[in-house]
Design a protein. Sequence first.
Length: 199
Amino acid sequence: MGKPDPRVDAFIDKKAAFAQPILRHIRDIVHRACPEAEETIKWGMPSFTYKGQILANMAAFKEHATFGFWRSKEVAGTDDAESAMGQFGRLTSVADLPDDAALEAMVRKAAALIDSGTKAPRPLKHPKPALSMPDDLGAALGANPSAQATYDGFPPGQRREYLEWVTDAKRPETRAKRISQAVEWMAEGKRRNWKYESC
């Protein structure tokens, strides 16, 4: 077994009687399947790391315990982000966990993913649909070549910030004021949120 962390012992000892055997069982399984795993505390709960990367973590609450793999989708076929309960739901006894052989296989799979050097797949971001140029803003930009050149040089996200700011105005006076301000800022080469950018 990897070197135990006394903070994990203290964490387990402070938990309810039903949770202690669950947490100890998980700890034993992780170390049996991955002897090089190290213990630490992350986000206030016991975590297991391997080669400097998070392998899994566990926690206990008033009425249940949880256990989850960091790369849950690849290891257990579930997405831990979908549930605050980890891959195995609310654990109230050791019997709620998969059998030892299956759990050990998952720990070995999690370690193998780290060994492979692959990164966890990141969810694909769906690009927002392009916004059309409002006639009034388009006319104001067209009347100011410097502002138009700045706008044309912006990437889509920075264009969107100005377009949304103008089109989100509720009253015509507010919209006119925002168009005037936008043209002034763009003529100076400024992004919509230039005030918040570090110097």
